[in-house]
Design a protein around this ligand. Structure first.
Ligand code: AMP
Ligand code: MG
Length: 314
């Protein structure tokens, strides 16, 4: 059997037998297993070399997703109605059936309905949720194609559902609730502005250190193996022929072959969708150093800058 395919039935049967499947979503490819089964969950942690303190997000269809939580604040319901399926994760008190292995010992669980037709079909066919962190070794760049998954975790997965390139391209925005008051823990594919249009002003609590509330916010994450420098302008950069530049859309005065654009049309959504594939491409190229200019802090520019900051050498 080829490891990459498009059979929902094959994927479902592997998952029912506690195997691992790479699944497409609109954010990044996930490494999925039965999120209620500790054996499958532990396999996910070990395949990714993910520290056990970093909780997994559960994915399910819209009609089942709240089966895995025990309380839904009013504003969580509003966000769910408006943005699911989509790049939004809600952190809510967990249902008893969700094992602590999945939540890294927390009483809360992250839940999400991803927006990808193949994965939605798969989730409808399953009576359990899928725990699915990004399908890459811990702390490396997230995968946005099935081939990226094969390249790094090919030997760890039983099957990969090929759903093409991820069209959002960065991870979900995470919203938690403290005494029913919403707090954004991670910037992502759904902008803060869009969230605030539905529930009003929301506190953003982003941490650049590991912390028990959101360990995935670790300072070094999404990182290429090559040194990546994040700058506001290029005046202090010593240019040489081994340096590649990632730019939003503006041209600079170095060799054209060393300039890589996130979006020629200055579109933040396109930039997010290109980001990880471009980072991977440059990490596998002959360039020795990657220099990226920070994007304007609008729309998904904030989330992109967050990922670049974590990927950069400090
Ligand atoms: P990912 O690796 O993209 O699947 O996202 C997992 C991240 O979601 C974790 O690293 C945490 O930052 C966050 N997360 C998941 N579950 C929880 C939770 N119960 N409480 C707080 N943050 C969570
Ligand atoms: Mg990840």
């Amino acid at each position: 059997m080829s490891k990459i395919g498009t059979s929902i039935e094959t994927a479902a049967s592997i998952l029912r037998n506690d195997g691992l499947v790479g699944i497409p979503t609109e954010t990044v490819y996930g490494l999925a297993g039965n999120g209620l089964n500790t054996h499958a969950v532990l396999k996910i942690f070990s395949a990714k070399k993910r520290p056990s303190f970093d909780p997994l997000i559960l994915h399910s269809s819209k009609d089942k997703i709240f089966n895995w939580v025990s309380h839904v604040p009013e504003q969580a319901q509003l966000l769910a109605d408006k943005f699911w399926p989509g790049p939004l994760t809600l952190v809510l008190p967990k249902a008893n059936i969700v094992p602590f292995e999945t939540t890294s010992g927390l009483d809360t669980v992250g839940v999400r309905v991803p927006r990808h037709s193949m994965t939605l079909e798969l989730l409808s066919a399953l009576d359990f949720p899928l725990a699915a962190p990004s399908a890459n070794p811990f702390s490396y760049i997230s995968p946005t194609t099935a081939q990226h998954v094969i390249d790094q975790l090919g030997h760890e997965v039983d099957y990969i559902l090929d759903g093409g390139s991820c069209n959002v391209g960065i991870e979900s925005t995470i919203v938690g609730f403290e005494n029913d008051r919403p707090v954004i823990y991670r910037l992502g594919g759904l902008s803060v502005d869009d969230i605030e249009k539905v529930i009003g002003k929301v506190e953003v609590q982003i941490n650049y250190t590991s912390n028990p509330k959101s360990p995935g916010m670790a300072k070094v994450h999404y990182a290429p193996k090559k040194p990546l420098l994040l700058v506001d302008d290029f005046s202090e950069i010593i240019d040489d022929a081994n340096t590649a530049y990632i730019l939003f859309n503006e041209r600079i005065v170095v060799d054209e072959k060393r300039q890589f654009f996130l979006s020629q049309s200055e579109n933040y959504f396109e930039a997010a969708a290109q980001l990880y594939a471009l980072l991977r491409y440059l990490d596998n190229s002959d360039f020795l150093k990657i220099v990226v200019k920070r994007l304007p802090e609008v729309s998904l520019g904030k989330a992109i800058n967050d990922r670049l900051y974590r990927a950069a050498i400090k």
